[in-house]
Design a binder for this molecule. Structure first.
Ligand code: FVH
Length: 295
């Protein structure tokens, strides 16, 4: 997608991610100014056509749209807090990973300084940036998103704006990544178990893929509906039955000398949910225990 008059953009932070973001902008005709703490990381981008800023202030002043993608929020504030006058009136898109609370604090920090703040979360690895399936999540200033949507979609066409609460992008980010970590970790546990009989992980993986595709993907909608309604009807696989099954799973892992901590945790959630009376409900009812803070 090439715009008629591509907006000038400044990219601050040229690590693995910031560099590919800058490349996507340069390749799509945006006048792009770059700055990085270690200046040599700007060299390849300058060769591609970017303008080098020698100071962060110079980078900010070069464009109405400023994108920051650094290691963490501490680094972001170290760089930008001293530059509030230069940032005032510009759009700041922060693609640094953070918590929802950090995003909300940053939005308040920005609003106080008349900076138009959009928070973003990148759901892609650097090589995937710009691919049609890549997506980023945005929340915060709606006007900033709408004004720069075409530019921001250069990074990932499937990108989505979630609304004015600046913490939403980070919430979705962490929710999605948690789902990913737990899915992959589940596979690792399964692979460790079948591996005790010399079954290769590559032989096991297609069964897991098919099982996840069918049972897990197929059941997600029903789980979600029950969670939203806060109503957990009798299930064909009632929790009381599942709790007994989990005891068997744990024994199978213990027999092979494999770590059972995660399974025991899930069993604990299940037992407490059953004790709360959800004996005939399905897995969705575990959310009541998951929501309960345990110190
Ligand atoms: N890479 C990825 O797969 C993930 C995908 C999802 C989103 N993350 C987040 O993106 C942020 C940046 O990640 P990155 O991959 O670019 O990280 P690095 O290559 O390690 O580059 C870090 C940049 O941050 C600069 N930096 C660090 N501390 C400071 C500081 N105190 N002052 C100024 N800049 C700082 C660093 O500069 P330098 O070390 O090159 O001088 C890099 O430019 C991150 O939030 C991921 O969670 C990426």
């Amino acid at each position: 997608m090439t715009e008629t008059n591509p907006v000038p953009v400044s990219v601050i932070g040229l690590g693995a991610m910031g560099s590919v973001l800058a490349t996507a902008l340069i390749e799509n005709g945006h006048p792009t100014t770059v700055w990085n703490r270690s200046p040599e990381k700007a060299d390849p981008l300058v060769e591609q056509g970017a303008a080098r800023a020698t100071t962060v202030t110079e980078a900010v002043q070069a464009s109405p749209l400023v994108i920051v993608c650094v290691l963490d929020y501490k680094a972001m504030y170290e760089l930008l807090d001293p530059l509030c006058d230069a940032l005032a009136g510009r759009v700041l898109v922060n693609l640094t990973t953070g918590t929802p609370e950090q995003a909300r604090e940053a939005a308040a920090w920005a609003t106080h300084r008349t900076i138009d703040y959009l928070d973003g979360a990148i759901m892609a690895t650097p090589p995937a940036i710009g691919r049609p399936d890549a997506f980023l999540l945005y929340s915060g200033s709606q006007s900033a998103f709408e004004r720069h949507e075409a530019t921001l979609k250069l990074f990932g066409d499937a990108s989505t704006y979630f609304g004015a609460d600046p913490g939403l992008a980070a919430l979705y980010d962490i929710g999605l990544l948690t789902s990913m970590y737990m899915s992959f970790t589940g596979f690792l546990y399964g692979a460790a178990l079948v591996g005790t009989a010399d079954v290769k992980a590559t032989a096991f993986a297609p069964y897991v893929e098919s099982f996840l595709d069918g049972v897990v993907r197929g059941g997600m909608g029903q789980l979600a509906q029950q969670i939203d309604e806060g109503h957990y009807p009798d299930d064909a696989s009632p929790l009381a039955m599942q709790a007994a099954g989990m005891t068997t799973f744990i024994k199978a892992f213990q027999d092979e000398g494999i770590d059972v901590e995660i399974l025991q945790h899930i069993k604990g959630l299940t037992d407490r949910t059953v004790a709360d009376g959800h004996t005939k409900a399905g897995l969705a009812s575990l959310i009541e225990q998951i929501r309960t803070r345990r110190l």
